[in-house]
Ligand binder design. Structure first.
Ligand code: FES
Length: 139
């Protein structure tokens, strides 16, 4: 395998592939912020919150994926800041804000994502359905 086939791209920046790395890990290594709720080391990616969405172009197809569970592979192109990515994260944030309208962590996250209110009916639940407590209890 030559050097060129051992790289992928994040926001047009060429990045060397590290074995076992996910898009989220690679982005964090580059200092790129991707919001997460249900991802916490050393737990396995849960993929439940959908906040960490990015666009990935692979095999001629471009689509939204969860970066926390998406493994990097040669030649893929990852985009972390497109309009589609922003809108996707904002919709998730609006849903979270509706469910946990008093939750400080959710409010801070929404603020970072530019979400100040939600069009959905508000509840005052504490559980944001990240699934981390279930994963921890099952270890
Ligand atoms: Fe990726 Fe929650 S952090 S789906």
């Amino acid at each position: 395998m030559n050097e060129a086939s051992n790289t992928f791209f994040i926001n047009d920046q060429e990045v060397k592939i590290e074995p076992g790395q996910t898009v989220l890990h690679a982005a964090r290594n580059l200092g790129i912020w991707i919001p997460t709720l249900c991802h916490r080391n050393p737990l396995e990616p849960e993929g439940s919150c959908r906040l960490c969405m990015v666009e990935v172009e692979a095999m001629g197809r471009r689509r939204l994926v969860t970066s926390c569970g998406y493994p990097v592979s040669p030649g893929i192109k990852v985009y972390t800041d497109t309009q589609l990515v922003k809108e996707s994260r904002q919709v998730v944030a609006e849903l979270l804000l509706a469910r946990c309208s008093e939750n400080k962590q959710i409010k801070e996250l929404c603020e970072k994502l530019g979400v100040t209110d939600t069009p959905y009916a508000k509840e005052k639940k504490d559980c944001m359905l990240c699934g981390l407590c279930v994963q921890m209890c099952n270890r």
